[in-house]
Design a protein around this ligand. Structure first.
Ligand code: RRO
Length: 348
């Protein structure tokens, strides 16, 4: 499949469907998961068709670090039943080269992709620091750039040498968010790990420290063994599991977090259809992200948006007394229907 296949184009009035996310207008609720869609490579492969039919409503960059990184030794991938284990290890050019070369190129592609918005599809830059001071430098420098609408703090990568994940601990997460909060006025999204004892407690800590949104789940820690030697298959020994294999776990964590915070939640983990996206929204997410499915189908984000629209306009609006909304305990039906209308737009 190519980026030019898939569902018919959106309505002639894309602005009609716009939603607000942390004050940033989006044409719909579909993000990509960081590191799962390379805009520069896709532009080379699909040309202007990518701009005309951009798969996502907001684009999140691959996570960048202060210094350049090679990433982990190969092999970096292992396919599991209904999923993928990655041990990529954050390869990237480092902050300066990202800002000088990749950022303008990504922004140029995003610019024409949503004609209803001056800057096009909003760009979220994802950053990870090995200390709070590093994180502050990354946030300040990226946040200063006009092309950047929001920042994602990746405190949940499972594939770094130290094995330490800031986001596994509420107090560490709070200190990191507090440290960077003064460096930018742009929305800060904290990307949470599912490998925490209590993701809800980490989300609350992030919120209290000044986060504008949280996103979850990053990958679940996993491992595969070489079939002959019995040694770990992946160069980084362990990796992060993603894809449909983790969807049920992700859904539960998104529901648990959404019930405990007031800030918006971006839900992700194995979303491959509009029905899956719908489930995450019912569980309390304000938006969703598509990750592993984009490797199989680069146009998946757009297909899922179309499927979601169909579902939201039929099952929810015509079955207001059904089980929808139950996952988000305490949410009134009116609130739930309003949220669904916000993400699905006006009825035809
Ligand atoms: O680069 C990676 O290995 C990676 C990252 Br930064 C992340 O956040 N999640 C993941 O599964 N892999």
């Amino acid at each position: 499949m190519t980026a030019t296949d898939g569902p018919p184009p959106d309505s002639a009035h894309p602005a009609d469907r716009s939603i607000g996310f942390c004050g940033v207008p989006l044409r719909g609720p579909i993000f990509n998961g960081s590191g799962t869609f390379d805009v520069i490579a896709a532009r080379r492969a699909f040309g202007d068709a990518l701009i005309e039919r951009f798969p996502f409503d907001a684009f999140v960059s691959k996570t960048i670090t202060l210094a350049p990184r090679q990433g982990n030794p190969p092999p970096r991938l292992w396919e599991t039943p209904a999923g993928l284990i990655n041990s990529i290890g954050l390869p990237n050019k480092g902050l300066d080269r990202f800002l000088d070369s990749d950022l303008p190129e990504i922004a140029e592609t995003l610019k024409g992709s949503d004609p209803s918005r001056v800057g096009g599809i909003p760009l979220v830059v994802s950053v990870m620091g090995f200390s709070r001071d590093e994180l502050a430098v990354l946030v300040a420098a990226s946040g200063r750039r006009d092309e950047v609408a929001m920042l994602e703090l990746n405190v949940s990568c499972p594939n770094v040498e130290t094995g330490l994940v800031m986001g596994a601990d509420p107090a560490e997460t709070a200190l990191a968010v507090e440290r960077v909060r003064t460096e930018t006025s742009k929305p800060l999204i904290v990307k949470l790990t599912p490998n925490a004892a209590d993701p809800g407690a980490v989300a609350v800590a992030a919120q209290e420290a000044g986060a504008d949104a949280v996103s979850l789940v990053n990958t679940l820690k996993g491992m595969a063994l070489h079939p002959q030697t019995g040694e770990p298959w992946l160069g980084g020994r362990t990796g992060g599991v993603s894809g449909p294999a983790i969807r049920a776990i992700a859904l539960e964590q998104v529901a648990a977090v959404a019930a405990r915070v007031q800030i918006p939640v971006i839900g992700m983990g194995g979303i491959a259809t509009g029905r899956h996206a719908h489930d995450f929204l019912i569980a309390g997410a304000a938006a969703v992200a598509v990750g592993t499915e984009s490797f199989r189908d680069p146009a998946a984000g757009r297909r899922i948006a179309g499927e979601l629209r169909e579902l939201s306009l039929t099952s929810v609006s015509r079955a207001p007394t059904s089980t929808v909304g139950r996952a988000r305990l305490g949410d009134s039906e009116a609130d739930f229907l309003r949220r669904m209308r916000e993400v699905s737009g006006p009825r035809p």
